[in-house]
Write a protein that binds this ligand. Structure first.
Ligand code: GRF
Length: 204
């Protein structure tokens, strides 16, 4: 029998705890999707060993082999092609995607961000939220467009900041939310319940 589940590519640069949450959700059939391939731009990313342990092909694509981001992203498109990917999930992938990649997977790239966008975009969202003194931050899963942390929002969940809370502690609580929210967002997208109309994302 053919596997009718959606094929995901997950791109990671580090720990891969969100990858693990997606792998686990797929294994338990909580999402109608399977991880077809994992790619990292860092050789030592724990995400790669997590993929291999789950029996998923894992590739290290070394940025040092390419002169420009465009060239790297062309190679990434080429690498993913044979896997016939339906959806690309960025999970801590610390590279800015160039138009060539965003166009190749237009409307089919998701990202998870550890803040309530549009607040605190960029790579230091958790420490910036703490230094700003906000009382509530959270998690956002959104479609990716050509701007950083900018595309239409699929799901968000607030996380209240405790008085005197350390960054490490807050990060841990944010991760717990992420691990639930990312599979849920994937489920919605695959089920066609996350249609984009301008900046709005919904069933219609
Ligand atoms: C997550 O906090 C995610 O929001 C951000 O990068 C982090 C990746 O963590 N984009 P992990 O590699 O999934 O553990």
């Amino acid at each position: 029998m053919t596997d009718k589940r959606a094929s995901l590519a997950v791109l990671c640069s580090g720990r891969g705890s969100n990858l693990q949450a997606i792998l686990d959700a797929a294994k338990k059939r909580l999402i109608p999707a399977r991880v077809a391939v994992v790619v990292s731009d860092r050789k030592d990313a724990k995400a790669l060993s997590r993929a291999l342990k789950a029996g998923v092909p894992a590739h290290f694509l070394d940025p040092r082999g390419f002169l420009t981001r465009h060239d790297y992203d062309c190679a990434l498109v080429k690498l993913l092609k044979p896997y016939r990917v339906n959806l690309v999930c960025l999970a801590g992938f610390m590279r800015i995607l160039s138009p060539v990649f965003v166009k190749a997977y237009a409307g089919r790239i998701l990202n998870i961000h550890p803040a309530l966008l549009p607040a605190f975009p960029g790579a230091h969202a958790v420490s910036e939220a703490l230094s700003w003194g906000v009382k509530v931050t959270g998690v956002t899963v959104h479609f990716v467009d050509e701007k950083i942390d900018h595309g239409p929002i699929i799901l968000q969940e607030p996380v209240a900041i405790h008085e005197g809370e350390s960054e490490k502690h807050l990060l841990g609580r944010i991760h717990c939310v992420e691990h639930r929210l990312y599979p849920e967002a994937i489920k919605r997208v695959v089920a066609g319940k996350a249609k984009v109309r301008g900046r709005q994302v919904g069933k219609a």
